[in-house]
Design a binder for this molecule. Structure first.
Ligand code: TXE
Length: 479
């Protein structure tokens, strides 16, 4: 069992109350033990991060780049080991978990490059004998609060971004899957990161959150919209800079002229990949009349054939649901959908496997309407509902009639329809003939309120969040 600890000021520590994580593939298997952090731990972590800030801000540029690159190399080299821990603790398949670790490594490589591409501008001034320099300085101490569904990729891209632009940070990983964050902390240390630049605290976000948000200069959060709102309130009271990546209820439109095989595959991947536990997962399948029957027939067969099982078994295509509350939530959505008259085409029940776990059959509902709970609130599981519509215009109306606006997709071979959809969608991410989930690290990612708040993550957008602008007027006199 992994013995995780807080990492505060270069010291691994943690005594007192502890919590244990269990594998959702086998609830009899304990995966890790971690200290249950207190507000004092959070305070201490922010404090040492603040002390480490002046030296890290001035740290040699090549040296900082080298450290991030070494972290990327270590994550690559240890992808299977870390992926195995991830799959055991969170429940996604080993293939998905190793892929996620490799993606985490790529984020470090990208940000290693960003260190030397650090932005800045030079302007001629309006005044004779002056010029203007615009520079981008670290925000300061950044708290990074992360969810369980991507327990290495999301911490990696937030930490790498924060460090690349000269910030120090405190990571608070999800209490459901903190093991990868411990591995990341060890790797950062081994890669030569000075003590106090990266700190790690474990525990209940409701206990640690207020201190982290109030004491830090900025907070970057990924998680539920509800928690995001709570963080925003605390941040507002303390004027902490804030970035929130929140939930989605992502529509995938399939038009009559879609390439049939592509559309089925896009729906299958977008909905059931990573056990459907992605903020960008397709949760509403909006299908036009002409293709509808054939599409749901093929999709139903594919969904029913998905192999659900232990995350570490080679043949498993869909792992267990990650947490007990999440399984409960999924089952509640299924029961409510049935009550509201949705027709079950596949799944809908828990599954028994040789080991006791949170196994749920991938679930597809057909004949659903836009007003059912299933189509209005984020389910965050291997569940989707199909809504039949007449044409592109009705598809757009249904797709956009939703508060959440993170990701949206369309399958069509008509470039005009694709472009009409791209423009009409309020979502921060639009996918054409590709699953609504699956993002690149070098371009901005995020959604509009209430799916996101305070600027995008990744790509050039992260420089905006992790830096503060300084505009300097230089009077050098006439030359
Ligand atoms: O999220 P929480 P949960 C959605 C998804 C899921 C639901 C609940 O719909 O069913 O959220 O998941 C920390 N101040 N998403 O309960 O509570 C917490 O410790 C500061 C979508 O796991 O938002 C954890 O580290 N922090 C999402 C992190 O916030 C607090 C991914 C996320 O937990 C806090 C995950 C507080 N008051 C869930 N309370 C996505 N956008 O991908 C909790 N935390």
């Amino acid at each position: 069992m992994l013995q995780g600890q807080h990492l505060i000021g270069g010291k691994w520590r943690g005594s007192g109350d502890a919590f244990i994580t269990r594998s959702p593939s086998n609830l009899e298997e304990a995966v890790g033990q971690y200290p249950l952090g207190t507000a004092e731990d959070a305070f201490a972590a922010v404090d040492v991060a603040r002390q480490a800030l002046p030296a890290w801000e001035k740290f040699n540029t090549q040296g900082r780049c080298d450290i991030l690159r070494r972290v990327g190399e270590a994550l690559t080299g240890r992808a299977r080991e870390i992926g195995t821990l991830l799959a055991r603790e969170e429940g996604k398949t080993l293939r998905e978990a190793v892929g996620e670790t490799q993606r985490a490594a790529q984020a470090f490589f990208y940000y290693a490059g960003e260190v030397v591409r650090h932005p800045g501008q030079f302007y001629n001034s309006l005044r004779d004998g002056h010029h203007v320099i615009v520079s981008y300085e670290p925000v300061g101490v950044v708290s990074l609060i992360t969810p369980w569904n991507f327990p290495i990729a999301i911490p990696a891209w937030k930490v790498a971004g924060a460090l690349a632009y000269g910030n120090t940070c405190v990571l608070k990983p999800s209490e459901f899957a903190p093991g990868c964050a411990v591995m990341l902390g060890r790797i950062l240390e081994e890669s030569g990161l000075p003590a106090g630049v990266f700190n790690l605290v474990h525990g209940d976000g409701r206990v640690l959150g207020d201190t982290l948000v109030a004491q830090s200069d900025a907070v970057s959060f990924t998680g539920s919209t509800r928690t995001g709102r709570a963080i925003l309130q605390t941040a507002a009271a303390h004027m902490t800079k804030v970035q929130l990546e929140l939930g989605g209820k992502n529509p995938l439109v399939v038009l009559d002229d879609a390439d049939f095989d592509t559309a089925v595959e896009v729906a299958l991947q977008g909905t059931f990949g990573q056990t459907g536990q992605r903020c960008t997962g397709s949760e509403r399948l909006i299908v036009t009349r002409g293709i509808h029957d054939a599409f749901i027939e093929r999709l139903t067969k594919k969904v029913a054939a998905l192999r659900v099982g232990h995350a570490l078994e080679e043949n498993t295509e869909v792992g267990p649901v990650a947490t007990a509350p999440q399984l409960e939530k999924n089952l509640t959505f299924i029961a409510r959908a049935l009550e509201e008259g949705a027709q079950l085409a596949a799944g809908g029940t828990r599954l028994e496997r040789p080991t006791p776990g949170h196994y749920l059959a991938p679930t597809l509902f057909v004949n659903t309407t836009p007003h059912m709970q299933l189509n209005r609130e984020e389910t965050f599981g291997p569940i989707a509902g199909v809504i039949q519509v007449a044409d592109l215009e009705e598809a757009i109306a249904v797709a956009t009639d939703c508060e959440l606006a993170l990701s949206a997709g369309i399958c069509t071979t008509n470039i005009r329809s694709a472009e009409r959809f791209r423009r009409a969608s309020p979502s921060g991410t639009v996918m054409i003939n590709a699953p609504t989930a699956g993002i690149d690290y070098h371009v901005p990612f995020g959604g509009r309120v209430p799916s996101g708040y305070g600027g995008r993550e990744l790509g050039p957008a992260s420089a905006e969040f992790f830096t503060e602008i300084k505009t300097a007027y230089v009077n050098h006199g006439s030359l």
